[in-house]
Design a protein around this ligand. Structure first.
Ligand code: FRU
Length: 462
């Protein structure tokens, strides 16, 4: 029996983000609602703080705040080298998982593999049974070995699946399939594919497709894009294509837009909440992130659940409203003068409004802890906001729509920060390995409206 990895040092453990109890986590999977609980699954390797043969870790929550870790939902069996990313749907009073079987064909070369799609079901949302007729879908003609990450949803009595793939022209694409029972799948279309390798990548990981505010949106994480332009696009990116699904089941859409502009954001997954909100979460890391917590026996976390909406032809994100229930103390409600300094807890939430900041140029604030610092600045000339952390290549910038007041909403959690700018027009997600205590300091401009809340650890069951 292999021993599950144990956490050896608490210093970077997150207070209110979902993470493993030890071992490795990457993509969120199977984000769903079943019998009174939100369910979250994730790519999980229990035996080391490194990627390994993938399992599906599992947690559930009634309120998106308190998560209860459940037994591992899927383990790779003797025919599989990993249960890769996928999704969940409720059908026939059961929770069904749709996942990718990863099969390495040459033990000496992990790059020689094939992938197929599989299902598993549960009646209680805790114990899962793999379907004996697996796999339910194999790669079609004209596809390379990249064929993974099924996202399934229901429309009327039909299930649809969007799948990440690479065509034989070596461009990334999203395939669309349909089924009445999750077991028999028929191809529908190539929903969309990369315009060019340079602009849209050679493989689209973790696609997700949904309608929101009258638009059709395809989220995906393309591989193979180069960092670009003065806005330092990430090497590992997740973005969206916004448009409309035509009568041939093709997406007619605008260019690829990166969803989050920070370093640590990849492989999104959404779900439709019972109240109609489109909620999204992502891996709060990326493949090239340093993940300093590996030294302590764990790696990876998920972002806060975020509510999505379309405004001004863009995708906006706000923290799920449930997050407000984590506020246990209001440390400040008023304003903060330029140059002021305030100790803040390592688990805290800041809402800062800088009035008439449209032409302000320079540093706005810093959050410092020991040798590590996160700084937010404005570049008036370029109309950009810049987030900089004390690491090599630590700077990320993005253009803002014209504005008068700048609103920053920041969630600080031990070794992470999620920054929402101007009601969710832009977000930056960063892991940053501060040493406590933390201090907020304002630079050259006052925040006329400022609120600081302590978010208590007890809100999480870890
Ligand atoms: C994305 C990804 C998926 C794959 C999974 C494997 O981060 O590469 O495409 O299913 O991770 O863990």
């Amino acid at each position: 029996m292999q021993e599950a990895m144990k956490v050896t040092n608490q210093r970077y453990r997150l207070g209110y983000h979902l993470m493993t109890k030890g071992g490795w986590m990457n993509d969120p999977n199977g984000f769903s609602w079943f019998k009174g609980y939100y369910h979250m699954f994730y790519q999980y390797y229990p035996y080391a703080a490194e990627w390994g043969p993938m399992h599906w870790g599992h947690a559930r929550s009634k309120d998106l705040v308190h998560w209860e870790t459940l037994p591992v939902a899927l383990c790779p069996d003797e025919n599989e080298d990993g249960c890769f990313s996928g999704s969940a749907v409720v059908y026939d009073d059961k929770l069904w998982l749709i996942y990718t079987g990863h099969h390495v064909t040459n033990p000496k070369d992990s790059e020689e593999f094939y992938q197929d799609q599989n299902i598993a079901w549960s009646e209680d949302g805790i114990t899962f049974h793999k379907y004996e007729g697996n796999p339910v879908l194999r790669a079609p003609e004209g596809n390379t070995k990249h064929f993974r990450d099924p996202k399934v949803w229901q429309e009327g009595d039909t299930f649809y699946m969007v799948l990440g793939s690479q065509g034989s022209d070596e461009l990334g694409r999203a395939l669309l399939y349909e089924s009445k029972d999750l077991k028999q799948w028929q191809p529908v279309s190539v929903l969309d594919k990369a315009a060019t390798l340079e602009d849209e990548g050679y493989m689209w990981e973790c696609p997700d497709f949904f309608r929101l505010d009258g638009r059709d949106i395809l989220l995906m994480s393309p591989q193979g894009l180069e960092p670009q332009g003065d806005c330092f696009r990430n090497l590992n990116q997740t973005g969206y294509l916004l448009g409309s699904r035509d009568e041939h089941e093709h997406l007619v859409r605008k260019n690829f837009t990166e969803i989050d502009r920070g370093h640590d954001f990849y492989a999104t997954q959404t779900m439709l909440a019972p109240d109609g909100r489109r909620l999204m979460t992502a891996w709060m890391n990326a493949w090239d992130s340093p993940m300093q917590e590996k030294e302590d026996g764990w790696a990876g976390a998920l972002t806060l659940p975020r509510e999505l909406r379309v405004e001004k032809g863009r995708l906006y994100q706000q923290p799920a409203r449930e997050m407000a229930s984590m506020r246990t103390r209001t440390l400040l409600a008023g304003s903060l003068a330029a140059g002021s300094r305030l100790p803040i807890p390592a688990t805290s939430e800041l809402e800062l409004e800088f009035r008439e900041a449209g032409d302000f140029n320079g540093s706005l604030l810093k959050i410092t802890g020991g040798t590590q610092q996160l700084e937010i600045s404005l570049d008036a000339k370029g109309g950009r906001i810049i987030v900089q952390r004390t690491t090599k290549d630590g700077s990320r910038a993005a253009r803002l729509l014209p504005f008068e007041d700048l609103k920053l909403h920041i969630f600080v959690d031990k070794s992470s920060a999620e920054i929402f700018v101007n009601e969710g027009e832009l977000t930056f997600t960063e892991r940053i390995y501060w040493q406590e205590p933390l201090e907020l300091s304002l630079s050259g401009k006052a925040a006329e409206a400022a609120r600081v809340y302590a978010l208590e650890k007890e809100t999480n069951q870890y």
